[in-house]
Design a protein around this ligand. Structure first.
Ligand SMILES: Nc1nc2c(ncn2[C@@H]2O[C@H](COP(=O)(O)OP(=O)(O)OP(=O)(O)O)[C@@H](O)[C@H]2O)c(=O)[nH]1
Ligand SMILES: C[C@H](OP(=O)(O)O)C(=O)O
Length: 215
């Protein structure tokens, strides 16, 4: 199985711009990427990056600066056309809570297409075994992927996983990393001064002791 991790190097995580500087967003995106690659490595699969620009990495890097959908579909086409792979997994680089067990559950699920929905309608990870299936990211992509699978006659399974459903896009997602993370992502936030702000029974975010707006 080919395991691909898409990674946009320029201006990552812009939705975190309200709480992180540009440089902090780049560093945090790399910390999350490192956690995802470590979790994949522990599943005995050899992940590779699909990056928009050349990046330093311990894993193989394919550079493709086309938009996400085009770049991933090129990987699907080349993987199935050459017959080199019987399956392709695409795991997003911002799944800071992903564990080897959560990823193995995705890989072990049957079905021609296995989807890991993200909150808010995204597709945080998927596994493709059907050579005609193609992705269509952004804009409630989980619906698009269910439809795309149906259109090519592929069976669809979905994995119900808190850890794979949590992609770190918004400031509120940083609370989840502090609560449930255990890798470099959580460590980076702690070293940057972030902590939980538990007030009146609600769990929020603080930085250097000052509450951070997450709405
Ligand atoms: N190769 C590649 N990866 C991408 C592209 N766009 C996003 N990604 C990656 O796909 C994952 C999910 O995308 P987003 O959540 O939109 O990430 P992002 O673009 O950094 O976040 P925002 O700037 O807040 O939209 C992230 O790990 C990105 O690095 C792209 O055009 N090409
Ligand atoms: C990649 C994209 O992420 P989102 O834009 O939903 O955060 C998607 O999951 O379709």
């Amino acid at each position: 199985m080919r395991v691909v991790v898409p990674f946009a190097t320029e201006m990552p995580k812009t939705r975190l711009g309200g709480v992180l500087t540009d440089a902090e967003r780049e560093a945090f995106a790399r910390a999350m990427l490192s956690d995802v690659l470590s979790a994949l490595d522990a599943t005995d699969h050899d992940p590779e990056l699909l990056a928009t620009d050349p990046v330093e990495s311990d894993v193989p890097v394919t550079v493709d600066d086309r938009p996400l959908t085009e770049a991933v579909n090129a990987v699907l086409a080349s993987s199935f056309e050459t017959g080199a792979h019987e399956a392709v997994a695409v795991v997003m680089a911002d799944l800071a809570l992903a564990t080897p067990r959560a990823l193995q559950n995705l890989f072990a699920a049957d079905g021609d297409v296995v989807l890991a929905p993200g909150r808010g309608g995204g597709t945080n990870a998927l596994l493709v075994r059907h050579p005609a299936f193609r992705v269509d990211y952004h804009g409630a992509s989980i619906r698009d992927h269910r439809r795309a699978a149906e259109q090519v006659g592929a069976t669809v399974r979905e994995v119900d996983s808190m850890r794979l459903a949590t992609d770190v896009d918004e400031p509120a997602d940083l609370v989840e990393v502090l609560l449930h993370g255990s890798g470099q992502s959580r460590e980076w936030l702690r070293e940057a001064g972030f902590d939980l702000d538990v007030t009146d029974g609600r769990v929020g975010l603080a930085r250097d002791g000052t509450p951070v707006e997450t709405n």
